[in-house]
Design a binder for this molecule. Structure first.
Ligand SMILES: CC(C)(COP(=O)(O)OP(=O)(O)OC[C@H]1O[C@@H](n2cnc3c(N)ncnc32)[C@H](O)[C@@H]1OP(=O)(O)O)[C@@H](O)C(=O)NCCC(=O)NCCS
Length: 142
């Protein structure tokens, strides 16, 4: 990955700035949670927002669910930026003793499926009652 790209937890001000410049992310980034950014100098070029929730019995532990991950600038994709943000959320999940990190991925999203496979997530197709498969849950057990 480009040495100029810094991966770290974003501040509340950086979150607000992203919400202002990319209003569509309001549907997928909420209060609190884990906000990770990829930044080059003053520009946020990628972000991940995830939240923690409980998993019921028999696990009865927590999981960290990634609601959104995006590398905003398409010329910066395929260089490991998203993988670096995934590694960061896995580190956090390990520190917080979560059971797993999970996400949902649309069926036609090949770059995203490749991202999860590359980072050793397992992929489980989601089958709807009418038999259609709109996407996959992907999970990485800590
Ligand atoms: C999915 C996404 C976050 C990946 O970001 P990224 O920084 O390119 O990810 P990485 O470079 O870490 O890894 C992506 C892998 O997918 C591969 N890939 C990327 N685009 C691809 C494509 N169009 N077809 C096939 N493979 C592709 C890359 O080559 C890479 O694998 P490799 O290193 O083994 O070659 C980025 O494409 C994106 O922002 N997409 C739009 C938002 C989105 O779909 N988010 C996911 C929601 S679940």
């Amino acid at each position: 990955m480009n040495d100029n790209i810094m991966i770290r937890l974003g501040t509340e001000a950086e979150k607000q700035e992203l919400l202002n410049t990319h209003p569509h992310v309001k549907n997928v980034i909420h209060d609190n949670g884990y906000f990770i950014i990829a930044k080059i100098e003053d520009t946020v070029v990628g972000y991940l927002w995830a939240f923690k929730r409980d998993i019921p019995a028999p696990v009865e532990q927590s999981e960290i669910f990634i609601n959104i991950i995006e590398v905003i600038y398409t010329n910066l994709r395929c260089q490991g930026v998203a993988s670096a943000m995934v590694k960061k959320i896995i580190e956090i999940a390990e520190r917080e003793k979560a059971y797993q990190v999970r996400a949902y991925c649309d069926i036609g999203n090949e770059p995203s499926h490749r991202l999860w496979l590359k980072n050793k997530f397992s992929i489980s197709p989601v089958k709807m009652p009418n038999g259609s498969i709109p996407g996959s849950f992907v999970s990485y057990v800590i």
